[in-house]
Design a binder for this molecule. Structure first.
Ligand code: XIL
Length: 324
């Protein structure tokens, strides 16, 4: 029986890191959060603390306190630490205005950022999301501040810069690429090309925000397999499962649990080495505060309820891990 064994213990036997993406606040203020994270999870990702905005309160300063608190907690509890994210087009600092810089200056600025942040965590972070969400839904490269100034090769450059200062595995991370979608095809082509050119990419992160839609597990299996055939590691990096408020099934917790079970089984069979969910408890979910998400989606997408009690989804993941 598995009831007396933690998620973390069961996952360890299958060689899978099971993680949570977290913010600094509940870690500081909520003992149940600390306890559940340490006992039940073997991996941790700072949700926002390592993004450029939170890290850089002013032009000339960095504030690593929140990121350090999370990374140090992970190291103290023998966890696998995912860094997220070095290059992204969102959560940039408020003071950062691209028109204050020439294109060459923006390139230097981004290189310095990657060197400073990835370098500072040398030896302490196991995997970095080096580039996050660079591909648009139609498969083209997204027109971001970085694309506009540095050109398409900023993706390759970011991986090279990270590899100059970091011993972590280097990941490309995105949403909508979990199953065999057009966007996943585009990311596949992008990563295949980078590998061909000798760019140091080690893995691909599939966010898996199952909000209203749940990507087909069989399709996920095939997609994970093809990335693995390229020589990449594959991780699920931000999983949560919620329903559109106008389309909630009769037994949402059971449907949610079934989906977590299927994804865990597929992830194991296809050879993912980490399954990270987007928070410890439902109380911490971004669906409860981000943009119009509270109106659009049910707000209980995770494995523990707001009082940190394990949900059916928790049991389902443990069962999937315990099966041979
Ligand atoms: C989210 C965080 O969870 C929120 O706290 C923040 O306000 C917005 O970003 N894709 C990602 C994550 O890669 O970094 C995002 O996280 C969710 C979408």
């Amino acid at each position: 029986m598995t009831a007396d064994r933690s998620l973390r213990a069961v996952a360890a036997e299958r060689g899978l890191h099971v993680g949570a993406m977290i913010g600094p606040e509940p870690l500081r203020t909520e003992p149940r959060h600390r306890r559940t994270l340490a006992e039940e999870f073997s991996a941790v990702t700072p949700g926002s603390a390592l993004k450029m905005g939170p890290l850089r309160p002013s032009r000339d300063t960095y504030d690593f306190a929140d990121a350090d608190a999370i990374v140090d907690f992970g190291l103290e509890h023998d966890m696998y630490v995912r860094g997220h994210a070095l290059v992204w087009h969102r959560q940039l600092p408020e003071w950062f205005q691209p028109w204050d810089y020439t294109d060459d200056q923006l390139r230097e600025f981004l290189r310095d950022h990657v060197h400073t942040v990835a370098g500072r965590y040398y030896g302490r972070i196991d995997a970095w999301d080096v580039v996050n969400e660079a591909v648009a839904d139609d498969g083209s490269l997204r027109e971001t501040v970085w694309y506009d100034a540095l050109g398409a090769d900023y993706v390759a450059d970011a991986f090279r810069w990270a590899s100059e200062v970091s011993d972590a595995d280097l990941y490309y991370n995105d949403y909508g690429i979990e199953a065999l979608t057009e966007k996943a095809d585009a990311v596949y082509d992008l990563l295949a090309d980078l590998l061909d050119r000798g760019v140091p990419v080690d893995g691909v992160g599939l966010q898996l925000h199952a909000l209203g839609e749940r990507p087909d597990p069989e399709s996920i299996r095939e997609n994970v397999a093809r990335f693995r055939d390229l020589g990449l590691d594959v991780q699920i990096t931000e999983m949560d499962v919620a329903f559109a408020r106008d389309d909630v099934p009769d037994d949402p917790l059971a449907v949610q649990a079934d989906y977590y079970r299927e994804v865990t089984a597929v992830c194991l069979e296809a050879g993912c080495d980490a399954l990270v969910v987007a928070g410890v408890s439902d109380a911490n979910s971004w669906l409860r505060y981000f943009a119009d998400f509270p109106e659009r989606y049910t707000g209980d997408p995770l494995l523990f309820d707001e009082r940190y009690r394990p949900k059916p989804a928790y049991d389902a993941v443990v069962e999937a891990l315990a099966e041979d």
